[in-house]
Write a protein that binds this ligand. Structure first.
Ligand SMILES: [Zn+2]
Length: 348
């Protein structure tokens, strides 16, 4: 399965080569003008058949959150920092892989009484990665400062419906975008962008959007589902916190996040497309987070944009959960949108 290959590939921000290689292989023959842009993003064009002339950018980011080695201690342990957003609470005891050779290690911690902060969470500055070396010289031959560190994680099919793996944010989006290209062409031109450095500030997408200059853009994402049961919540209480989205309830259309307010015309079009095709969907109104669409919609003279996501539990961890049904419904929605978008949908 392509998603397994993409999930297990290592690609912390700025180090997306392995993911790029898989994608270049998978889209070969399914698009034209396949390029690696100056930032390292892959862009490709698939001409449409509908004659509207509309050019629709689909963006999925290749990078994942992880860590970087910042110092090698005399005892052979490694200091490290985060690349992208990771919850400090999941760090102690985490299995990781370090550097190009993917050397296995574990995040260890100093004695508990010395290092807890006021919230009872281990500070990252008190944590080290232990690769089993006993001194600095043993490490120096294998690991350099700046080496990236990833979650040590295998992809699993947990059941007929549930998949588990790392980096579904956003390798699920990358896999989806490959499926879109392989299933084309569509009525509109598809401008595909597999972007770099999303997790550190939406950087690759900004440049890709400026070069592609589309009429409309959709960011394809794996997004956070806060949908676990809260034993204290009254299900009939409409004032209880709105979970970001739920696994198994279909593609997620963002209304607003920290990086963007979704273009109302594009949101209206996507909702109408889902309803016309009996595809379940959910609206995300939690104001946190951001996506490549946040950079794309402000590129050039402004580009109407939206985010279409698959709900994933435990993103930015070694074990994200994704439903196959959500994946299939998201693909169906994107394909229906690419076959039904017209300039009229973009009128104010
Ligand atoms: Zn993402």
């Amino acid at each position: 399965m392509l998603l397994q290959e993409l999930s297990e590939a290592v690609g912390v921000s700025g180090n997306e080569e392995a993911v790029r290689k898989i994608i270049l292989g998978a889209i070969d023959g399914h698009a034209e003008n396949i390029r690696i842009d100056p930032m390292g993003s892959v862009t490709a064009i698939q001409k449409g058949t509908g004659g509207t002339g509309l050019r629709v950018m689909l963006a999925a980011h290749m990078d994942e959150v992880g860590f970087m080695v910042t110092a090698i201690e005399s005892d052979g342990t490694l200091r490290f920092t985060k690349v992208g957003g990771i919850d400090d609470r999941i760090l102690p005891g985490l299995r990781v892989r370090v550097g190009a050779d993917q050397i296995p290690g574990v995040i260890l911690w100093a004695p508990i009484h010395k290092t807890w902060d006021q919230k009872g969470v281990q500070k990252i500055t008190s944590l080290r990665i232990d690769i089993g070396a006993s001194n600095k010289d043993q490490v120096n031959s294998k690991i350099k400062l700046g080496d990236r560190v990833v979650f040590d994680s295998r992809f699993m099919e947990l059941s007929d419906t549930m998949l588990r793996g790392k980096a579904f944010d956003d390798r699920a989006g990358c896999s989806l975008l490959v499926d879109v290209l392989q299933g084309g062409p569509y009525a509109v031109d598809v401008l595909a962008a597999f972007t770099v450095q999303e997790e550190v500030g939406l950087r690759g997408a900004r440049v890709a959007a400026q070069a592609l200059n589309p009429d409309v853009a959709f960011a394809l994402e794996g997004t956070t589902a806060h949908d676990l049961p809260d034993p204290t919540a009254d299900p009939d209480d409409v004032t209880r916190p709105n979970p970001a989205c739920k696994v198994g309830h279909g593609p997620v259309l963002t209304v607003l996040d920290r990086s963007m307010i979704t273009d109302p015309r594009v949101l209206r079009f996507l909702r109408g497309t889902a309803e016309a095709n009996s595809i379940p969907y959910q609206l995300k109104t939690a104001p946190g987070g951001g996506t490549d669409a946040g950079a794309i919609h402000q590129a050039n003279a402004g580009i109407p944009a939206a985010v279409i996501s698959m709900p994933c539990r435990y993103i930015h961890s070694p074990a994200a959960y994704l439903s196959r049904e959500d994946y299939a419904h998201t693909l169906k929605l994107i394909q229906a949108a690419l076959n039904s978008l017209t300039p009229a949908a973009l009128e104010w």
